[in-house]
Design a protein around this ligand. Sequence first.
Ligand code: HAM
Length: 437
Amino acid sequence: MPTFRAPRGTRDLLPAETPTWTRLERLAADLAARYGYRRIETPMFEQTAVFERGVGEVTDIVEKELFRIAPRTEEAESWSLRPEPTAGIVRAYVQHGMQTWPQPVKLAMTGPMFRYDRPQAGRYRQFWQFDIEAIGDAGAAVDAEIIELGARFYRDAGLAGVEVLLNSIGDAACRPAYVAELTAYYRTHVAELPPLERDRLERNALRLLDSKDPAMAALNAAAPHITDRLCDACAEHFAAVRAHLDALGVPYRLEPGLVRGLDYYTRTAFEYYVRGREGQQQALGGGGRYDGLVELLGGRPTPGIGFGIGLDRLVLALGEGSAATQSDAADPVAVVAGADPDDTVTRLRIATDLRAAGVPARADLARRKLGKQLEGAARDGAHFAIIVGDELDGGEVQLRDLPAGTQKLVAVGDLAREVARAHGAHRHGKDKNEVEA
Ligand code: HAM
């Protein structure tokens, strides 16, 4: 038999890890709702052109990392797995006429993305993003709202020391002159450029600035800064974003070299890092304004801004990768055991009734001796064992409180109420002791 494995660059999230993920997904959903961002889901694959036009043809994501789906027939459209959610969400905005809704349309999504990158720690071929988008508001205030929301997400998730790096990368009015200047700068160093960068120089010089190639670091550090060449409107917008962040008390660091790796950005660009780990590829999250994207994908000119937060990198930074959690939401409160190993019908029926009444319960369905069944109940961390024996003829079963070591007869019809009451009192008592301790 061949040995089957998850594809390179992908991972299985095992039950010891998923409580962390459930917690982060809930936090993302709660924060999004609190800030007025409504959930959207788009397909995990789109027409390839959505990404080529949206993200940009001369980008790592499209040139090197797109998972293209092999067409099944000659005339089939070209599809690709989504490398990021923004292009698909904007495609949906245009397709469903969301420009007629009250603006801005504020949307949130959490789900897997796919990039055919070289796998390493914190870089996967399937990874998860918490994504936020506000489409239809050109003002600087929403930029600050979104940057603050991302910072709060990290804080509420329990990750301290996250820093916001901030820049403005101009717009159609001021960027072309800057790109021409940048191109001229790199031309004078063309002999030092790695092959990919040399190839991109005349097509998209901005991409050289966020190159992952270490050979580019010194060259990029000395490159001209867009921030010194912004037009008045962009400079004004950038100043207003900073003023709003200052007013909210959100700290940030200006990083003139930050241009992001996707072509749709205009003006505000930002990234989140764990302080001291600002190296390439280590961004915990990032985003920015994309005032030309809606038009690029066939809609009316409409501004937009958003972020994508990488959940895999957040989990790594939290150090909760595979930490087994103390108590799991799937632990049973009660385990139904029985003296007759073969009577799985009664055990399953009682557990089913308990679950129908809202009590987390498990029936021991292995045909094994009562002693083994009780050992299993203790191992599961159950509070109660319900023991089916001869008393069943009188409609009763034993209810054993495992930590207390006490036991009493309870009518089967009263079980759910009795278990819920005793479990509630036990938990309440525990909480009280903890508070008093
Ligand atoms: P991005 O910077 O390409 O932006 O990705 C956002 C985050 O996703 C990164 O900061 C990182 O945490 C995570 N990430 C990216 N690639 C990988 C990978 N291969 N493995 C693990 N994590 C990864 C975007 O995707 C934009 N759509 C963000 C945005 C939304 N801009 C405006 N709206």
